[in-house]
Design a protein around this ligand. Structure first.
Ligand SMILES: NC(=O)c1ccc[n+]([C@@H]2O[C@H](COP(=O)([O-])OP(=O)(O)OC[C@H]3O[C@@H](n4cnc5c(N)ncnc54)[C@H](OP(=O)(O)O)[C@@H]3O)[C@@H](O)[C@H]2O)c1
Length: 232
């Protein structure tokens, strides 16, 4: 496939390296310079691309998605912190009969962890002696807090056990690619369920699998739809 990479940062570079090692062609790498409001994403530059993979920033992603969808390029994005704009983008995808797959976290382990956490929350419901909280840790350069994954984790836990708030504590320090923990702490014991990413490769592999899957699947999808099917 011919892949456009939008965002030449940590994730963009990891996806590009993996894509090449899987035999894909990098059609273009679009960095921040010259791409204010997505203006480098022209029909001419995108012609011949099969799919785009977007990892930029919350203040850049929406314009990039608008341009990519208008140009008819199936797009995978992993950028976090823009969920308020999602309804507008979903409407655009529908109007243009486009294809978009978005995920706050492309790791297969995290997707399974999110499901396991919801199961755990159902089992621990009605046990007020155990206090529940979420802890998420990321490298010092991560811009958004809480992480998109922590927000998703919290929403799923609240749905499974509406009596608890599941407050989130965020740590931004060092080089950690991403750790998420759900803990239940009581007077005599603590129970934890945790996911620790060892590198960005797991996120990149998931994003690339999504890019390989998306062409031919119009509409708006999440990584859960791809991994577990629309009915879960
Ligand atoms: N879904 C997942 O699995 C997953 C995993 C890891 C990270 N993420 C998320 O993915 C995003 C990127 O993470 P990262 O670690 O790669 O961050 P990063 O290293 O800071 O990279 C972001 C890149 O986007 C560039 N950029 C900014 N505006 C742009 C624009 N208009 N057009 C093109 N490029 C633009 C930045 O360039 P400048 O530095 O020059 O501004 C930077 O190189 C974040 O939102 C992060 O939370 C998601």
């Amino acid at each position: 496939m011919r892949i456009v990479i939008v965002g030449n940062g940590r994730m963009g570079q990891t996806v590009a390296a993996q894509a090449e090692s899987r035999g894909h062609v990098i059609h273009a790498i679009i960095g921040a310079s010259g791409n204010e409001s997505g203006r480098a994403l022209t029909a001419e530059r995108l012609r011949g691309a099969d799919v785009a993979v977007e990892f930029t920033r919350a203040d850049a992603v929406v314009a990039n998605l608008e341009r990519l969808i208008e140009a008819g390029v199936p797009t995978v994005t992993g950028t976090t912190g823009w969920q308020k704009e999602l309804p507008r983008i979903e409407a655009l995808v529908e109007r243009r009969n486009g294809a978009l797959l978005h995920a706050a976290n492309f790791s297969v382990g995290v997707q399974l962890f999110l499901r396991a956490a919801r199961d755990l929350a159902r089992r621990f419901a009605g046990r007020p002696e155990l206090d529940a909280f979420i802890l998420e840790e990321h490298h010092a350069a991560k811009l958004d807090a809480p992480s998109g994954t922590a927000r998703e984790l919290q929403a799923g836990l609240r749905e499974a056990d509406p009596r608890r708030a599941f407050p989130i504590t965020s740590v931004r320090a060092g080089a950690t690619p991403g750790n998420h923990t759900v803990a239940y702490d009581g007077p005599y014991e603590r129970v934890t369920l945790a996911h620790e990413a060892r590198s960005r490769d797991g996120f990149a592999a998931g994003a690339l699998a999504a890019a390989e899957w998306l062409p031919g699947h119009p509409g708006v999808h999440t990584v859960e739809d791809m991994l577990f099917g629309a009915d879960g």
